[in-house]
Design a protein around this ligand. Structure first.
Ligand code: NAI
Ligand code: 15L
Length: 280
């Protein structure tokens, strides 16, 4: 989705202004460097401090639950990469503000401002209660493994509605585990390298006419629980693999752990993490 405005000089970057939410987080920090080549201006936002702000960046501290502030954030934006929100299981009240109300604010404002596309950080936890013996494609039924996963299902549904009703496009990234390296044996399967994450976002922004799409964010790992055939039109081809980290987690003989639900289901420890009590 590039800017085809004939009044813009050819030498300019593909986008005039991109909005990156969650810019202070783990993945936001990885993406900020890459975005410099994709847009004249990158509006970076988070509820947390944003660190050094580059010349091409506009920084704004905003709580996604603040409706007026989110509407102001969307002014003049061509497309959004939405990484902001609570990224793990949490008490319902907290998830409600950041991931439900925050997401509604974002879509409502994006539609009013005429934003063309949102790249939405969904999660493997939208489908984490599928067993590890299944291979899931984009049509797999939602089976959230936590209230956090339920909020990601809400995001996938809300974005579907905004596409069907208003034509606002979304690519939902069901990200696996995107960190410097896998932290446990499960993450050998769910690992998404930072380089592959950036490439997935690039494909999601630059492919024409994505409509409403679901794509799994995993590297080319040896074991696969997901299948991106239905999202092949995005052209995402992971370059990395968790194979280089397999030595960190030697295979052991089967044990009684086979009865452990955190081993049985794709969501791993998330399947037992909630619901969490509110903080008093
Ligand atoms: P993160 O937790 O490091 O970053 C999320 C950012 O959102 C934080 O900087 C936080 O301050 C901000 N945030 C939280 N509540 C907010 C609010 N109310 N208003 C504004 N900003 C708020 O998470 P990470 O790893 O960078 O993930 C980015 C996105 O990708 C998240 O939405 C997460 O759910 C999703 N994801 C990440 C995976 C991973 O392995 N890193 C896997 C699956 C999904
Ligand atoms: C997620 O959705 C989380 O945001 C991330 O912190 C990891 O826990 C990841 O899933 C995972 O499943 O490993």
């Amino acid at each position: 989705m590039t800017d085809s405005n004939p009044e813009r000089p050819a030498a300019q970057k593909p986008f005039r202004r991109l909005l990156l939410t969650g810019a202070a987080g783990n993945l936001g920090q990885q993406l900020r460097g890459a975005l410099a080549a994709w847009a004249d201006v990158v509006r970076v936002t988070d509820i947390a401090p944003l660190g050094d702000v580059a010349d091409h960046e506009e920084a704004s501290i905003v709580d996604l639950a603040d409706e007026a502030a989110v509407h102001a954030l969307l002014e003049g934006v061509d497309a959004v990469i939405h990484l902001g929100g609570i990224s793990v299981e949490a008490p319902f009240e907290d998830l409600l503000e950041a991931n439900i109300r925050g997401l509604y604010n974002l879509y409502s404002a994006a539609q009013k401002q005429g934003v063309k596309r949102i790249v939405y950080a969904s999660s493997n936890h939208a489908v984490g209660f599928h067993p590890t013996t299944s291979v899931l494609d984009a049509d797999a039924p939602l089976r959230p493994d936590s209230l956090y996963g339920v909020t990601k299902c809400f995001g996938e549904s809300l974005s579907r509605y905004y596409f069907d009703r208003f034509g606002l496009e979304t690519v939902c990234l069901r990200i696996g585990s995107s960190f410097e390296q896998p932290k446990n044996p499960r993450m050998l399967v769910t690992y998404l390298s930072f380089r592959d994450f950036i490439e997935l976002v690039r494909c999601s922004l630059f492919t024409n006419r994505v409509g409403h799409a679901i794509v799994y964010g995993v590297s080319d790992n040896r074991t696969k629980w997901v299948d991106n055939t239905r999202a092949a039109f995005l052209g995402f081809r992971p370059q990395d693999s968790s194979i280089e980290f397999e030595h960190l987690f030697p295979v052991t003989a089967p044990t009684a752990e086979l009865d452990d639900p955190t081993q049985h289901f794709q969501g791993g420890p998330f399947v037992l993490a909630g619901p969490m009590e509110p903080k008093r």
